[in-house]
Design a protein around this ligand. Structure first.
Ligand code: ATP
Ligand code: MG
Length: 444
């Protein structure tokens, strides 16, 4: 893509309203535009990143056997009255009346709706387990929306729901999501740690939050540093191996402030391993048994002819919040360099031709290289404007494609100036450059 024709509205300076670096960068390079408090439009650059994150989340859900559905954003209040949450949810819920005066709402989460879908067609234990997920906009009328898309009112979330015959099977489902979350965040190059958490308005008694460390995070965390070294590999999707995986993490004290207990922390963790810091919640999983299936009468026939309520869990990932979380983890605000992991970068490589007014040779060369890269599914952004070199580099460093090609006046020979963003350049053949990028992309 050529910058001159792209919709990437870059600002010269940092926007003063943004308090944290992800919000600054997102406004600076035109990834998002605020439309009202806590509500944003996603512009091409931001949407490219979010769609790539969404796809990774989707692939990791599919790998554990979850099936994708798509539920609407607008729900009827009836099912929320059945579960008893219509009153409880309070002012965070955006309530709407339609022209027939029916009470509707913009979904903040989907336990009720998915339970209604489930109960209308699944009648026997033979159809279990069912793992269903969707990736859809949510609305929560947060008291204090802030930090851009990190805590906003309308946000994009993956939410999954599991339905099982008994506690043992339900924990197996829970652990599958536990694993899939670890894999998802790893593919996003994030070190996310699972932490015992409170269940809040979703309810239940078993819950983990997945948190990435960041000074600007809103969750205070207390953890044993050794949790960062835990190996997350499992040989098979089996009950035993997944239990073992969870035990490997749960061995180390690691909680958010709601569950913090000073005495426990100090007995379980020796001083040199204690870490008290802040983090961003990027995912949250819950097991809550029959909290919804009971009041909503979602039951199945069991082998002996008996009936029982299904055991449920729910599993959220903040897809839009992850865009900000990845920036918090990778943006060097002092040098003004954003290093996207290639798995979610808006472009794989930027091409910077130094165009002098009379000769368009460098641009011609850039276009030729672009054609070759496109044949190899490498996504490029070409700066075809006639700005000077330093402002072009500055812009590309902010946009953050992980690789850069620089084309000088006499780029006649077949060696090309190539570099990893923020590092020193070297001269390589185009075929070598293609290989490097392809290899990096395949790793994911
Ligand atoms: P928080 O504690 O941050 O308010 P929550 O516990 O209310 O979040 P969940 O119901 O667990 O949120 O939602 C699942 C995920 O959705 C969260 O882990 C987070 O990544 C994301 N999320 C929740 N609220 C928001 C929001 N207001 N803006 C952006 N993302 C959000
Ligand atoms: Mg949460």
């Amino acid at each position: 893509m050529h910058i001159s024709k792209s919709f990437i509205p870059i600002l010269k300076n940092n926007p003063s309203e943004a308090k944290i670096k992800s919000h600054q960068l997102m406004l600076r390079v035109g990834m998002i535009k605020q439309s009202s408090a806590g509500i944003y439009s996603w512009l091409p650059l931001g949407l490219r990143v979010m769609k790539k994150i969404e796809q990774i989340v989707r692939e990791e859900q599919n790998k554990i056997g979850a099936q994708e559905i798509l539920m609407p954003t607008i729900q009827s209040s009836e099912i929320w009255k059945e579960s008893g949450r219509y009153e409880d949810y309070g002012e965070e819920m955006l309530r709407i009346k339609d022209r027939q005066n029916r009470e509707m709402l913009y979904g903040p989460t989907n336990e009720e709706l998915v339970t209604d879908i489930f109960r209308s067609s699944v009648k026997s234990y033979k159809s279990l387990p069912q793992l269903l997920y969707h990736i859809q906009w949510k609305f929560r009328d947060e008291i204090r929306p802030r930090f851009g898309i990190m805590r906003c009112r309308e946000f994009f979330m993956k939410d999954a729901y599991s339905f099982d015959i008994n506690d043992e099977e339900a924990l197996f489902s829970y652990n599958k999501f536990f694993l899939s979350y670890l894999k998802t965040f790893q593919r996003l190059d994030l070190k996310a740690i699972p932490m015992a958490a409170d269940t809040g308005p979703i309810g239940g008694n078993l819950s983990h939050e997945f948190i990435i460390l960041a000074e600007t995070g809103e969750s205070k965390i207390y953890t044993d540093k050794r949790i960062f070294e835990v190996d997350n590999k499992v040989s098979k999707l089996e009950k035993k191996t997944l239990e073992d995986l969870r035990n490997r993490f749960e061995k180390f004290y690691s909680v958010t402030d709601e569950k913090f207990d000073k005495a426990e922390f100090e007995t379980k963790v020796v001083e040199e391993n204690r870490l008290i810091t802040k983090g961003i919640e990027v995912g949250h999983i819950f097991y809550f048994g029959d909290k919804y299936s009971k009041p909503m009468d979602a039951s199945v026939d069991l082998p002996g002819g008996r009936k029982d309520f299904v055991k449920m869990g729910s599993y959220g990932i903040g897809v839009s919040r992850l865009v900000g979380a990845i920036i918090e983890a990778n943006y060097d605000e002092r040098k003004e360099i954003m290093k996207w992991p290639i798995s979610v970068a808006p472009f794989d490589i930027s091409i910077i031709p130094m165009i002098n007014k009379n000769e368009k040779l460098a641009l011609k060369k850039a276009n030729e290289i672009d054609l070759e890269l496109a044949k190899n599914n490498i996504e490029t952004l070409i700066d075809d404007t006639d700005e000077n070199f330093s402002s072009k580099i500055k812009k590309m460093n902010l946009i953050g494609a992980p690789y850069q090609i620089i084309i000088g006046k006499q780029s006649e020979d077949d060696l090309i100036e190539f570099k990893k963003i923020g590092e020193v350049s070297k001269k390589l053949k185009l075929s070598e450059i293609i290989n490097i990028i392809k290899k990096e992309k395949e790793k994911n």
